[in-house]
Ligand binder design. Structure first.
Ligand code: ATP
Length: 357
């Protein structure tokens, strides 16, 4: 098992700074995600870890050993690309055996190792098929088996599910997590899909413009974002402006256009004080619709569009030109509420106070 340490990594392409002084630590056996919008530098970091790019500055180490200058084949990483990159003329067995043959492993041993890994990814019966005789999900598992069979120090996955349809993507997410955990392999996984990251990551680094915005577990990022960028990129949220009117320990009361809210101060807020302009972020599912107000954190307004999905309904709620998005689970008791005047209430631990960037 191997941990990965990235220290002050910078990588530019001409005048584009793809990675700007990045530092992060991936623990041994961890499933670690790099999440961010297109062009933020995720793939550049992954390819730098694999050794395909040489950074301008900084250091990469595996298990305490500096690998920054090692060529890719000496780093012992397994990589799975977006398009799987399987050899079309080879069978599943031959695709998976390729890396072992390169390592001069005896033929009998190769046979055992390939069969063992194909069993694990549930492809043993497809060993003699060619890639074009397999479904997208099966090809994806061949690519995983090929990367894992050489017992890599770490596994690097670049958008491995992007070619699959929605249902298969869901199934494969859990399968990837199970395989990584079973092999106890340190895994770095690149995606721009926040649901993919939230559902299976141990921890996630949120990237923006070549920098890390926040690192945390899925719950930490979702419940306690430290910036407006993370709040909006990881899940849906309502963000609106206000001013701090009172400050307590780790919390504050914010005056906004639609009323006062008590909330928690995010870790990213700089020098909070009365009079400071801030944002507050409230997830749609944290609001409760009611006919009566609560003592605090209640707003009266009018229900706009209602979209019913069965298990959940989405409501637009308007007050003084501010539109809030609200979702209610099991919404059967809120039929025919469009245009009705109602209250929304939110608990103070679900109101996150963020710096104005
Ligand atoms: P995506 O999700 O679209 O793959 P990403 O977050 O992986 O995006 P990168 O591919 O790492 O982003 O690109 C980061 C920045 O570096 C972008 O501005 C991109 O145009 C630039 N870049 C990446 N690779 C190269 C290259 N080989 N030559 C020049 N510029 C590059």
């Amino acid at each position: 098992m191997t941990d990965i340490r990235i220290q002050n990594l910078t990588k530019s392409f001409g005048s584009t700074i793809a990675l700007d002084n990045i530092s992060l630590y991936v623990a041994s056996g961890e499933l670690f995600f790099l999440l961010g919008p297109s062009g933020c530098g995720k793939t550049t970091l992954l390819r730098s870890i694999a050794g395909f790019y040489t950074p301008n500055k900084g250091r990469i180490s595996f298990g305490g050993h500096d690998v920054t200058k090692l060529p890719p084949h000496r780093r012992k990483v397994g990589m799975v690309f977006q398009n799987y990159a399987l050899w079309p003329h080879m069978t599943v067995f031959q695709n998976v055996a390729f890396g072992l043959e390169n390592n001069k492993i005896p033929k009998a041993k190769i046979k055992d190792l390939v069969h063992e890994i194909l069993e694990k990814v549930q492809l043993a019966q497809y060993a003699s098929r060619k890639p074009n005789e397999l479904s997208g999900g099966q090809q994806q598992r061949v690519a995983l088996a090929r990367a894992l069979v050489v017992h890599p120090k770490c596994l690097l996955l670049d958008e491995p599910l992007s070619n699959l349809d929605a249902q298969l993507r869901n199934d494969m997410r859990c399968e990837i997590r199970n395989i990584c955990k079973e092999h106890q392999v340190t895994t770095v996984y690149v995606t721009h899909d926040q649901k993919e990251a939230l559902s299976i990551a141990d921890r996630i680094a949120v990237f923006s413009k070549g920098k890390i915005n926040q690192i945390g577990t899925p719950t930490q990022l979702y419940k306690f974002p430290s910036s407006r960028f993370t709040a909006e990129f990881v899940g849906e949220t309502n963000v609106f402006q206000g001013v701090i009117v009172q400050i307590g320990s780790g919390e504050a009361i914010i005056r906004t256009k639609i009323g006062n809210f008590r909330g928690i101060l995010s870790t990213g807020i700089n020098n909070p004080r009365p009079g400071k302009k801030v944002y507050i972020s409230i997830r749609p599912e944290c609001f409760r619709l009611n006919d009566f107000p609560n003592q605090e954190n209640s707003v009266r307004g009018v229900i706009g569009n209602v979209t019913y999905f069965g298990e959940v309904a989405h409501f637009k709620f308007e007050r003084d030109g501010v539109i809030l998005r609200i979702s209610e689970l099991n919404p059967s008791h809120f039929t025919n509420v469009q245009n009705k005047s109602m209250y929304v209430t939110v608990s103070s631990e679900d109101v996150v106070i963020l710096d104005v960037d």
